[in-house]
Ligand binder design. Structure first.
Ligand SMILES: Cc1cc2nc3c(=O)[nH]c(=O)nc-3n(C[C@H](O)[C@H](O)[C@H](O)COP(=O)(O)OP(=O)(O)OC[C@H]3O[C@@H](n4cnc5c(N)ncnc54)[C@H](O)[C@@H]3O)c2cc1C
Length: 478
């Protein structure tokens, strides 16, 4: 058997990037099964051997949580898989999630020295390898051997069970604190569960991470909408919590503000994806929640959420799915891989097109969207070229389902009823960027509710920083 660990530097440099096996686009577009099938051990070892183990690894600085990337890749090459997952766990609690959904091409892989060494070379597949090693650990029941500190007797309330809340809760439980998560839904995981679809991130993986938290002693109170069921002051003053962390995300959908948005058949991506993912509407009437399947579907927006909605609509049986976006593919905010997967599966794109009005039929149901064609002008403040309407260029796109995916913002439900919390101009909670401490005594915050719509890894990073500061505060106040 070929041993990659014995390869010379030159032989390592000559290994081409190992692509992960994926389900066939036409078949996978009918089912919710995960698209990527992962690496075999041999593929993983070949891919890991492409790392040249540079002395000053830029990839580690490019990783928001600073994983020792050359370290775990070398351990994979040398078949020390338990060591490799241990190295990854030292920096992140959710490698199976991050390996799948992190925008690595803009982080660790963007600065990979292999990629930047010579034109045309591809970066090491760091994300794919993170996914490989996390899946190997889960499939082989390898546990993260964590020593839990003796009980401190301090109680912490964590509001929201997305990546920020999960990270804070896990870190504080390990430090010996008594942690309870309060979650509005009947299941935990936040966007990982109700937003990102099964074909990108299997829900079994999310549940596995939640099970690990419970094993650490974290309690989860479901169906608890903090701000309605009870508020933060009650948690701190009446229920005896010593500190609270707010990680409620930014889940309020933004609408286009054009006529016809109230027609039957116009959805926000949030509602559509929540119905499909969390409420399992695709199994209606076996599950209670219905969904409009849609024959001809229009998606407004071209970010990751838009791609998730488009690909979900295909899987729910749509004949045609069109993404309408006012700029071109080059400016589309979705990850390249998501655009590629959507295109492979048959999603069509109407670039340089902007919606003007949703048009209904005589029964008040959506019949189509009237649009105008655009061209790109000078760059705006953000550097992206500004779309400008072309005169007399109106067009009509037939659709019986339209899904608005142009972003989300902070939900004011909790912040409106919490005295002492300062917000920024977009309604996000102001928090110290290093510690997550808010302007309210005993209250920290992190994730999308402080950052605005961000990413899983950034939400986890804010959670880790807040946990460190909460732990310090609790120890100083024992
Ligand atoms: C469809 C979709 C696809 C995405 N794809 C990617 C991707 O590929 N890669 C990536 O890095 N990022 C992606 N993101 C963004 C990423 O998921 C978020 O940045 C991240 O989940 C934010 O984490 P969080 O913990 O701040 O909040 P969330 O994940 O939003 O979790 C917040 C939790 O708080 C709960 N909650 C809200 N209000 C209350 C309340 N009052 N009381 C109690 N609980 C409450 C919610 O029910 C939820 O469970 C995507 C987002 C969406 C919507």
């Amino acid at each position: 058997m070929i041993q990659v660990k014995n390869f010379t530097k030159k032989e390592r440099r000559d290994i081409p990037r190992q692509e992960m096996t994926e389900r066939h686009p036409k078949q996978r577009a009918k089912y919710f099964d995960e698209v990527t099938l992962g690496y075999s051990l041999k593929e993983a070892q070949f891919e890991a051997a492409r790392c040249i183990q540079c002395k000053d690894p830029a990839c580690v600085k490019g990783c928001p949580v600073g994983i020792d990337i050359p370290g775990f890749l070398s351990q994979i090459v040398h078949n020390d898989l338990e060591g490799a997952i241990g190295t990854v766990w030292d920096s992140t609690a959710l490698p199976a999630v991050c390996g799948r959904v992190c925008p690595q091409e803009m982080q660790c892989e963007q600065v990979c020295v292999v990629r930047n060494e010579k034109k045309g070379k591809e970066s090491v597949g760091i994300g794919n390898l993170e996914m490989f090693i996390a899946d190997w650990a889960r499939n082989n029941n390898v546990q993260n051997k964590i020593e839990i500190a003796p009980k401190t007797g301090k109680k912490v309330a964590v509001i929201g069970s997305g990546p920020a809340g999960i990270t804070v809760a896990g870190d504080l439980a390990i430090k010996g604190h008594d942690v309870t998560i309060f979650e509005a839904f009947h299941k935990a995981g936040g966007v990982l569960l109700y937003g990102i679809p099964e074909f990108r991130l299997s829900k079994d993986i999310v549940q596995h991470e939640i099970d690990q938290l419970v094993e650490l002693g974290v309690k989860i109170e479901y169906n608890s909408v903090v701000g309605r069921t009870f508020d933060i002051d009650e948690l701190l003053e009446e229920y005896g919590y010593d500190a609270a962390f707010i990680g409620v995300g930014a889940g309020l959908p933004v609408f286009l503000g054009i006529p016809g948005e109230d027609l039957n058949g116009v959805f926000s991506a949030n509602e559509y994806l929540t119905r499909a993912n969390l409420m399992r509407a695709f199994e209606f009437p076996h599950y209670d929640t219905p969904i409009i399947p849609g024959k001809n579907v229009a998606i407004l927006g071209a970010g990751n959420v838009a791609m998730d909605a488009a690909r979900t609509a295909l899987r729910l049986g749509a004949k045609s799915v069109k993404v309408i976006y006012r700029r071109t593919k080059d400016e589309a905010p979705a990850r390249h891989i998501e655009l590629h997967h959507a295109q492979q599966e048959g999603v069509e794109f109407e670039f340089l097109t902007s919606p003007l009005e949703f048009i209904g039929n005589s029964e008040g149901k959506l019949a189509g969207v009237s649009c105008e064609r655009m061209e790109l002008g000078e760059p705006d403040e953000g550097g992206r070229r500004r779309p400008i309407a072309i005169k007399d260029s109106q067009c009509f796109i037939d659709c019986d389902l339209a899904i608005i995916s142009i972003g989300t913002e902070a939900n004011p439900l909790l912040t409106n009823v919490t005295e002492g919390l300062e917000l920024n101009e977009w309604g996000n909670i102001k928090a110290d960027p290093k510690t997550g401490k808010t302007t309210k005594d005993k209250v920290w915050a992190g994730g999308d509710i402080t950052l605005g719509q961000a990413t899983v890894i950034l939400a986890m990073g804010t959670g880790r920083d807040a946990a460190t500061d909460i732990d310090k505060y609790l120890k100083e106040n024992i």
